[in-house]
Ligand binder design. Structure first.
Ligand code: NAP
Length: 275
């Protein structure tokens, strides 16, 4: 008897994750046999869990906070983009027990931006990025890959932005957090990758008066869907793209590898996840 393929998302905390809703919706929509569940795994349990999951019918998993970096040491094969980013969010368990690791966050970010702003041209001008955390790393790799000519980063903790510049090279420059609004003057792509603006968190307070009206502006925070940052950009006439699509698109490559069908990200998918 063939086992029903299982996948899940590994993290801690994990109860808030929207991934089970997303993948279960796709399984149902395409009439596929399979399951996708949330797996609460502490740092101490990570290796043991990864070794045990295949014998329980798991063919792969997504990985989220706090394991995206640590999981790399247990992978037998790592894609170039995951190596470059230094973190993985998608695992495939091979029949011979080997673990294949990829990072699809940058892919999800780009696919969302291209869907939400179809006329966006990454090569048309500099990108300005607020934040220098894990998500920013994946986004910088994706933007550089898409041909963005210059990437300006501003982060509250400046050395973290400088470390990204050191890792990713000449196209990147750093601006002090207290002068972050200066990087908006020429930017045609503006991205908030900080957690500022999230429900229950602190407000995004950098003034956006220098924002160009023709800039494409996106926030990777998706709770709320329309953050104050996006509202301010919209008020200035900018095209804005919310962060939910990044989460939905980053799930596509994993779902396709595990369940054999490339799923669509459309309004029905958004509504299923938000319901
Ligand atoms: P992270 O590695 O912890 O980085 C957090 C970033 O936010 C850092 O740049 C940090 O600056 C900044 N920050 C936090 N509090 C701040 C404050 N009070 N003032 C100024 N800056 C502040 O987290 P991450 O994984 O990159 O995730 C960042 C956000 O993106 C989270 O809200 C996460 O939920 C969201 N996210 C969304 C998606 C999606 O699919 N849409 C994917 C990944 C992440 P410091 O370096 O100074 O601390």
């Amino acid at each position: 008897m063939t086992q029903i393929p299982r996948a899940g998302v590994i993290g801690n905390p994990i109860a808030h994750s929207l991934s089970p809703k997303l993948h279960s919706y796709w399984l149902n929509r395409y009439g596929l046999e399979g399951s996708y569940t949330a797996l609460k795994v502490t740092e101490d349990e990570l290796e043991k869990t990864l070794r045990e999951l295949p014998s329980q019918g798991f063919i792969g998993a997504n990985v989220t906070i706090p394991h995206k970096v640590n999981v790399m040491q247990f992978a037998d094969q790592i894609t170039d983009r995951a190596t470059l980013i230094g973190a993985a969010n998608t695992l495939i368990f091979k029949d011979d027990g080997r673990i294949f690791a990829d990072n699809t966050d940058g892919y999800g970010f780009m696919a969302n931006l291209r869907q939400g702003a179809p006329d966006w041209n990454p090569k048309a001008g500099p990108a300005a990025i607020f934040g220098a955390g894990g998500a920013a790393r994946a986004i910088i790799v994706a933007l550089a890959d898409a041909g963005v000519p210059e990437i300006i980063i501003s982060n509250r903790t400046r050395p973290k932005a400088e470390a990204l510049r050191d890792d990713f090279g000449a196209r990147i420059s750093v601006i002090d957090w207290v002068q972050a609004d200066k990087m908006l003057e020429d930017a045609n792509t503006v991205i908030n990758t900080t957690s500022l603006g999230m429900v229950g968190g602190q407000d995004f307070k950098v003034p956006l008066d220098n924002l160009r009206k023709d800039a494409v502006v996106t926030d990777i925070v998706y709770n709320p869907l329309k953050t104050p940052f996006l509202m301010a950009a919209e008020k200035r006439g900018c095209i804005t793209v919310d962060g939910l699509g990044m989460l939905l698109h980053q799930g596509v490559p994993g779902f396709e590898r595990w369940f054999g069908k490339r799923p669509e990200v459309d309004e029905a998918t958004r509504q299923a996840v938000l319901s």
